[in-house]
Design a protein around this ligand. Structure first.
Ligand SMILES: Nc1nc2c(ncn2[C@@H]2O[C@H](COP(=O)(O)OP(=O)(O)O)[C@@H](O)[C@H]2O)c(=O)[nH]1
Ligand SMILES: Nc1ncnc2c1ncn2[C@@H]1O[C@H](COP(=O)(O)OP(=O)(O)O)[C@@H](O)[C@H]1O
Length: 193
């Protein structure tokens, strides 16, 4: 893939419901295609496997609002926000940056970045499969169902009309097919041959 050096910068936004595989796909883009991640800020409690400054900048309600945000949202009673500085830092390292956002954030970024933005909406067609994944990740049925019960999580279970015209839908329930689709869509976006 093309590294930083004068070509147009791009931001790939990955959005979709909880547990569809947004973070997994982001990690794959970093490892396999040299994308640079934009790390965002949140007041959500840190999960056991997560590392502060790597998965998120974990904030208190107090510290969260001391940062300067490009955009921020409330999602399931917690705040999430991303800074312009985070994006600029990622673009210093690679022409291709990647960020995981809710669909509201995806719409905001589209308004600001237009042709620099590529947006993938990830989905898993079978909700039972999604629930099973979350049970494994969030340990238990109660935590998993709770994760999917907020109004924002329900909203993001389908492509909201305001992002429909600029996002590419990508199914993620068979990893080999996902790898193929990632490659196909990156070629289409001009990221690799
Ligand atoms: N708008 C916006 N959304 C964010 C940001 N950071 C994370 N998100 C989104 O917030 C939602 C909740 O994220 P997270 O708690 O990690 O939950 P998960 O989707 O269950 O893994 C997801 O849709 C993320 O894509 C941000 O800076 N801005
Ligand atoms: N194609 C796939 N097939 C099976 N499990 C997957 C697939 N993609 C991701 N997962 C698993 O699903 C769970 C949720 O993925 P994650 O990337 O954390 O989702 P999100 O960031 O969208 O909440 C993780 O345990 C991950 O390993």
């Amino acid at each position: 893939m093309r590294q930083s050096g004068g070509t147009m910068k791009h931001l790939l936004v990955i959005c979709g419901a909880s547990g569809v595989g947004k973070t997994t796909i982001q990690d794959y883009l970093v490892d396999k295609y040299g994308f640079e991640r934009v790390i965002t800020h949140t007041t959500r409690p840190q999960r056991e496997h997560e590392v502060d400054g790597c998965d998120y900048y974990f904030e208190t309600k107090n510290s969260f609002f001391k940062n300067n945000y490009f955009e921020y949202v409330e999602y399931d009673h917690c705040y999430y926000g991303s800074s312009r500085e985070g994006l600029e830092q990622a673009w210093l390292k690679s022409d291709w940056a990647v960020i995981v956002l809710d669909t509201e954030g995806a719409a905001t970024y589209y308004e600001k970045l237009k042709e620099k933005l590529i947006c993938w909406y990830i989905y898993v067609p079978d909700s039972a499969v999604l629930l099973k994944r979350l049970e494994r990740r969030d340990t238990g049925y109660d935590a998993a169902t709770k994760r999917l019960s907020s109004k924002e999580a329900k909203r993001d279970m389908n492509v909201p009309p305001k992002i429909e015209h600029f996002c590419t839908r990508m199914r993620n329930d068979n990893w080999e097919e996902t790898e193929e689709n990632i490659k196909k869509n990156l070629i289409k976006a001009g990221c690799c041959n």
